[in-house]
Design a protein around this ligand. Structure first.
Ligand code: C5P
Length: 216
């Protein structure tokens, strides 16, 4: 059997894992899946059909219809969709359907970088590399504010911070697949680290694992 290489990246919203995942996928020539988009796609479908986010069977149907090749970041990246995604993400049946699709994706050669909340713990527990990327809630809120302002928008820091804390609580507090580092994950705290430094740190970890394997 051909070995596929898997890099699992988990962490809270706004810690920089998406950018890091993209850089690593480019560098190591691996496929890339932002699993947050799959939960966002389910939430978006419910919103489009004016269905309540608590409607589990509609969420299951939407989850079955998620096509990983057709996830539209431009449409799904809205802040409200992320918030809604964290509500449908608490349903175990919805998670089961999406996790199965994510695992299929990970199995496709030459392998993939997947980022999310439960990649190292649930989706790909045998991943070759597991990274847990985090940053303080204040730093994440400041980054989000800067992002909004950079495109000419305005927002209130206190509200953004409250939003981030609420999302963390929902993601870390749910019964099924809560956000937490896998026991064998490498921790990367980006609070005082630019994305380039985080990329270099991740590369050092990965290259070290690859070098040890090549020697074995
Ligand atoms: O990462 P992103 O902000 O796009 O994720 C949106 C929401 O989807 C998260 O707040 C989380 O509740 C859920 N999610 C999840 N498991 C994943 C990825 C995302 O529960 N692997």
């Amino acid at each position: 059997m051909t070995h596929v290489f898997t890099i699992a990246i988990d962490g809270p919203a706004g810690a920089g894992k998406g950018t890091l995942a993209r850089r690593l996928a480019d560098h190591y020539r691996l496929n890339l899946l932002d699993t947050g988009l799959t939960y966002r796609a389910v939430a978006y479908a419910l919103i489009q059909h004016a269905l309540p986010l608590e409607n589990v069977s509609a969420a299951e149907t939407a989850a079955r219809q998620v096509d990983l090749a057709k996830l539209d970041r431009a449409v799904l990246s809205a802040h409200a969709v992320g918030e809604a995604a964290s509500k449908v993400a608490v349903f175990p049946s919805v998670r089961r359907i999406l996790v199965e699709k994510q695992r299929e994706f990970a199995k496709t050669p030459p392998g993939a970088v997947l980022d999310g909340r439960d990649i190292g713990t649930v989706v790909c527990p045998d991943a070759d590399i597991k990274l847990y990327v985090t940053a303080s809630a204040e730093v994440r809120a400041r980054r989000r504010l800067a992002e909004i302002e950079s495109i000419g928008g305005t927002a209130d820091f206190t509200e953004i911070l409250a939003d981030i804390v609420r999302r963390d609580e929902r993601d870390m507090g749910r019964a099924d697949s809560p956000l937490k580092p896998a026991v064998d994950a490498h921790l990367l705290d980006t609070s005082e680290m630019a994305i380039e430094a985080a990329f270099l740190a991740a590369m050092a970890i990965i290259d070290d694992v690859l070098a040890k394997r090549n020697k074995a």
